[in-house]
Design a protein around this ligand. Structure first.
Ligand code: PLP
Length: 371
C-alpha cells in the first residue's frame, strides 16, 4: 500500500462534523472579515503561547514580515538568521528592508548555533530570527540573553512549532513566548493547519501588538485614517473558524506525532546509515517533521519512492546558496553544517493518523535499503 508523507484526508474524515457547522455559522452570518472567530482564535492562541497578545494575519510569511516591519530597519541593517529553513524566513527579512546574515546551524538540532550568532553580531545588527525547525524550539533563552546584551530584537520563527516547549530554569516555556514576537503559520500541512493560508503573531508587548494590528489593516487604527503605511493581511473568518474547531485536537495530534516518532526511533536505532532526530533533553518536540540524516540520501529517497512511500527533503539548498542571495557574497563551503544537512536530511511520514502497519512499511523499506 502507498504511504503518503501526510494524509490530511484522514484528519478531515475524523473532524468533518465538528468543523463544517462552524464554517456554516460564518456563512450564515456573512461575517467574512474580522468576524468573532478571529478574536476568539487570537485569545486562545495567546493563551497557548503564554503571551499577552496575539494578532492573526494572512500567512506565516506575513507574521514574519509584519514583525520585522516594526523594527523600522534602515538600509544596511543586518538580521542574523539560519540558512537551513524555509525560504520565507530570509525572504521576509529582505522584504522588510533588512540584510539577512546567515550563520551556521547546530549539527544535532538543525537550529541556530548560538556561538555563531554571537560571532556574527556587528554594529549594524538589529535583530535575530531563530527558527524552531521541524517543531523543536531553538535555544531561545540563550538567544534572548545575547539579544539583551546587544539591544537586538528577536523574531522567533515558530511557523513549524506551535505548542512546542522548552524547559528554562525548571519551567516550561512555549514556542513564541520568549521572543520580541513569535510568528506562526497555519499552512494546511502544519500541526495546526487552516483550509488555506493563515498566520499569527504573538507578543508580550502591548504597544507592539497595537502597531501590528494597525499594520495588518493598512496602518490605521480608525477606518480611513492612516498613521503609517501598512497592508491588508487579515486572517479570513472562515479560516479562523476552521482553526478554532481544530484547536482542541492539537495537543493530541502532537502527542500522536511524538508516538510515531518514538516508534521510528526504536525501529531505526540499529540501522547503519541512518541517524534518527536528536532531541535536546530540555525540549519537547512536536515533530512537524520527522527528519533523519541518511547516508546515500538521494538513493534512499528513490528507493522509498519506488515503493510508493512519501518522503521529502526539507531543504535541499541552504538559503545562503540561493541564486537570489548571490549578491550577498556567500560561497559553497562557508556554512558547512547547513550544507551537510541539505545533503543528508530526509523527512518521513509522521502524521498522527499514520497506521502502525503503514509505518512498519516505511521502516522495512529503510531497513531493506541499508541491508
Ligand atoms: C520555517 C517557516 N517559516 C515561515 C513559513 C511561512 O509560512 P506560510 O507558508 O504560512 O507563509 C513556513 C511555512 O511554510 C515555515 O516552515
Amino acid at each position: 500500500m502507498a504511504v503518503p508523507l501526510l494524509d490530511l484526508r484522514a484528519q478531515f474524515d475524523a473532524i468533518r462534523d465538528e468543523v463544517i457547522p462552524c464554517l456554516l455559522s460564518v456563512v450564515e452570518r456573512q461575517q467574512f472579515i474580522m468576524g468573532d472567530e478571529v478574536g476568539k482564535l487570537e485569545q486562545a492562541l495567546a493563551g497557548l503561547s503564554q503571551t499577552r497578545h496575539a494578532i492573526a494575519c494572512a500567512s506565516g510569511t506575513d507574521a514574519l514580515l509584519l514583525s520585522l516591519k516594526v523594527l523600522d530597519l534602515r538600509p544596511g541593517d543586518e538580521v542574523v538568521t539560519s540558512p537551513f529553513t524555509f525560504f520565507a524566513t530570509a525572504g521576509a527579512i529582505w522584504n522588510a528592508g533588512g540584510k539577512p546574515v546567515f550563520v551556521d546551524i547546530d549539527r544535532d538540532t538543525f537550529n541556530l548555533d548560538v556561538a555563531q550568532v554571537e560571532a556574527a553580531i556587528t554594529p549594524r545588527t538589529r535583530a535575530i530570527v531563530p527558527v524552531d525547525l521541524f517543531g523543536q524550539m531553538a535555544p531561545m533563552e540563550r538567544l534572548m540573553r545575547l539579544a539583551e546584551q546587544h539591544g537586538l530584537g528577536v523574531i522567533e520563527d515558530a511557523a513549524q512549532a506551535i505548542g512546542a516547549r522548552r524547559r528554562v530554569n525548571g519551567a516550561w516555556r512555549v514556542a513564541g513566548e520568549l521572543g520580541t514576537t513569535g510568528a506562526f503559520s497555519f499552512f494546511p500541512s502544519k500541526n495546526l493547519g487552516a483550509w488555506g493560508d493563515g498566520g499569527l503573531i504573538v507578543t508580550q508587548d502591548a504597544a507592539l501588538a497595537e502597531r501590528l494590528r494597525r499594520l495588518r489593516t493598512h496602518g490605521g487604527a480608525k477606518q480611513y485614517h492612516h498613521d503609517e503605511i501598512g497592508t491588508n493581511s487579515r486572517l479570513d473568518t472562515l479560516q479562523a473558524a476552521v482553526l478554532l474547531a481544530k484547536l482542541p485536537h492539537l495537543a493530541a495530534w502532537s502527542e500522536g506525532r511524538r508516538q510515531r516518532a518514538a516508534r521510528y526511533d526504536e525501529a531505526l536505532a540499529g540501522v547503519d546509515g541512518v541517524r534518527t532526530p536528536f532531541v535536546d533533553p530540555d525540549n519537547q518536540h512536536i515533530y512537524h517533521q520527522y527528519t533523519v540524516r541518511a547516508q546515500r540520501r538521494d538513493e534512499l529517497k528513490a528507493h522509498l519512492g519506488k515503493r510508493s512511500i512519501g518522503c521529502a527533503v526539507y531543504y535541499p539548498i541552504p538559503l545562503h546558496l540561493q541564486p537570489c542571495f548571490h549578491h550577498l557574497g556567500y560561497r559553497q563551503g562557508q556554512l558547512p553544517q547547513a550544507e551537510c544537512a541539505a545533503r543528508e536530511v530526509l523527512s518521513l511520514p509522521v502524521y498522527p493518523e499514520l497506521p502502525d502497519a503503514l509505518q512498519d512499511q516505511v521502516v522495512d523499506a529503510v531497513r531493506s535499503f541499508y541491508a
